[in-house]
Design a protein around this ligand. Structure first.
Ligand SMILES: NC(=O)C1=CN([C@@H]2O[C@H](COP(=O)(O)OP(=O)(O)OC[C@H]3O[C@@H](n4cnc5c(N)ncnc54)[C@H](OP(=O)(O)O)[C@@H]3O)[C@@H](O)[C@H]2O)[C@@H](O)CC1
Ligand SMILES: Nc1ncnc2c1ncn2[C@@H]1O[C@H](COP(=O)(O)OP(=O)(O)O)[C@@H](O)[C@H]1O
Ligand SMILES: [K+]
Length: 508
């Protein structure tokens, strides 16, 4: 069975498929399934059949080139070749290495292929109309070079549709990174559960359309594996968005305080504030420097305003305990003043969203920030850096050569905060190692002020009482969904206004 897996996250037919398995965890799933009495050869047969089903519609009257590698990925290729031939397609199998060197299930499947096996060469035969890439999958152990690299280059140059088995060859399924060179696939068929590399960039772009095939591994093996990475799907947090009762007061929906910038920099706080209201905070107040009050006042209506001059002004605004979530950082200014205000916010014990200048202000003293966060682990804190802010705050303490998922996790563990590392593949990482990868954000979200909106949404969900990792994950998804609703041409102001229709659909 193949499940269509919607790239924009709007629909996932099977709710329990949010787990993402590293290649090591997938090998463990394979081992556990076999221990439960499911023969490995049966898993491979199911895998290859699913690949053939995905390739069949692309192979109309043309020859299918199946490129097989020396391991089980190649074994899947031999199965796919057999099914495609049985369906009447002309199939040419090319193998990296000799048939005699195949081992285990792959050798069995090669023996069941009764056509010719050609040596993999550096060219794509002229008759080929579609390619099945079964060179390397989860077993990729070093950068691709030599004959495999030459073949990949030729396939990519050919412009032919490519169906990749498990992952496009050269893509590291755990990290989303390319090792050497990678196949650019039209469609990727993977098994049992998606891998992080299907969602992380650049992997996601290399996979094309991703299909998930059920090959007979029981979901119960996950009880032992306990995956810690997840695709950010609505099933994870949607149930928490609703308060679940009717007799509520606006304060039951939380009160967000946005610490605003000076009179020349009011837009960021206003965007965050409006987004927080739209995302369901019962009340939102901007606290701004005295001189900026008239500017804010002329623009704000349902968002309230109060004096928040200096650190004392911010502390005074925090005196009301009903202001239960704070956004600080958007256009706050980099320096001592912002650093002091962040410390005051954290000391007040409120849920906090630290964005932009609130992060950069600690560039020279990240330990001071981490210490303030770790001093009260019960207080929810979400940091929302883009890559530049991440580098400034974590560059000296996190291995910046590691992949994005690993970097976000390391940052969360070190800082004690939930780290939402922005981008096409936004990561939400919790200090305990759990992480969610978001993949519904369209490229037109790359527009000034959209990050401020995101900070406001996170704060609203914290104010509503969602646990910090879920607040961050839900916010990233709502942000992407709102951008999809608004469509190309989006400016940041459109995002809060698109939230209601997204929420309406979620309610339904
Ligand atoms: N898990 C499951 O449940 C199921 C898994 N299934 C399938 O099995 C696949 C994993 O199979 P796998 O472990 O045999 O690894 P695979 O990707 O074939 O590569 C290993 C071979 O390639 C070689 N090699 C690697 N990198 C190389 C390089 N850069 N350059 C040159 N050589 C390189 C490597 O050499 P070595 O590292 O040993 O020197 C070894 O010979 C998985 O992706 C899925 O398709 C399904 O059948 C259904 C059930
Ligand atoms: N290419 C992209 N595709 C999808 N989302 C993107 C892309 N580039 C940026 N984004 C999203 O847009 C937002 C930009 O935030 P940020 O960089 O803080 O901008 P600003 O500071 O102008 O508000 C983030 O949520 C980020 O994940
Ligand atoms: K492959």
């Amino acid at each position: 069975m193949i499940n269509d897996w919607k790239r924009d996250g709007r629909r996932s037919r099977v709710t329990e498929v949010n787990e993402l398995l590293t290649t090591a965890e997938m090998a463990e799933a394979d081992r556990l399934a076999i221990a439960l009495g499911i023969p490995g050869i049966e898993l491979m047969e199911n895998a290859g059949r699913a690949v053939a089903a995905a390739a069949l519609p692309l192979a109309r009257g043309t020859e299918v080139l199946v490129m097989c590698g020396p391991g089980n990925n190649g074994g899947d290729g031999f199965v796919a070749a057999r099914h495609l031939a049985a369906a009447g397609r002309k199939v040419r199998v090319m193998l990296l290495g000799e048939v005699g060197r195949l081992r285990g299930d792959a050798a069995v499947m090669a023996a069941r292929w009764d056509g010719d096996v050609h040596l993999l060469g550096p060219d794509v035969p002229g008759a080929a109309g579609v390619v099945v890439d079964a060179l390397f999958g989860a077993g990729l152990s070093k950068p691709v070079d030599g004959a495999a690299a030459a073949a990949i280059e030729a396939v990519n140059r050919s412009g032919l549709p490519v169906v990749a088995v498990d992952v496009p060859t050269g893509l590291d399924g755990s990290s989303g990174q390319v090792r050497g060179i990678a196949v650019r696939a039209t469609r990727t068929v993977t098994f049992f559960r998606l891998k992080p590399g299907h969602l992380l960039m650049p992997g996601r772009d290399l996979c094309g359309e991703v299909r998930l095939a059920d090959i007979g591994i029981p979901g119960s093996v996950l009880d032992d594996i306990r995956p810690s990475a997840f695709a950010n799907r609505r099933e994870i947090w949607a149930g928490r968005l609703c308060l679940g009762r009717r007799d509520i007061h606006k304060y039951d929906r939380g009160h967000v305080l946005v610490v605003g910038g000076d009179q020349w920099n009011t837009g960021a706080a206003r965007l965050a504030a409006r987004a927080a209201l739209r995302a369901g905070a019962g009340l939102v107040t901007v606290a701004s420097p005295t001189a900026a009050l008239p500017v804010y006042a002329s623009h704000l209506t349902s968002v309230m305003l109060r004096d928040g001059e200096g650190v004392e002004g911010v502390k005074a605004a925090l005196a009301d305990p009903r202001r239960n979530a704070v956004v600080i950082g958007p256009a706050a200014g980099v320096g001592d003043a912002t650093r002091d205000k962040v410390c005051a916010v954290l000391a007040a014990g409120r849920s906090a969203v630290l964005d932009a200048d609130a992060l950069t202000s600690f560039e020279a003293s990240p330990e001071q920030l981490f210490g303030a966060i770790l001093s009260d682990r019960a207080r929810p804190v979400v940091m929302t850096p883009h890559e530049g802010e991440f580098r400034r705050l974590f560059g000296s303490v996190v291995d910046m050569d590691a992949d994005k998922l690993a970097r976000a996790r390391a940052a969360a563990r070190l800082s004690g905060a939930v780290v939402l590392l922005k981008g096409t593949d936004t990561i939400v990482a919790a200090p305990d190692g759990k992480a969610w990868i978001n993949d519904n954000a369209p490229e037109w979200l790359a527009t000034a002020g959209s990050g401020d909106v995101l900070a406001g949404i996170v704060a609203a969900l914290l104010a509503r009482g969602l646990p910090a990792p879920l607040a961050a994950a839900a916010a990233a998804w709502l942000h992407g969904a709102a951008a999809l609703r608004a469509g190309p041409g989006l400016i940041a102001e459109d995002l809060p206004e698109a939230i209601p229709s997204v929420l309406r659909e979620l309610r339904n």
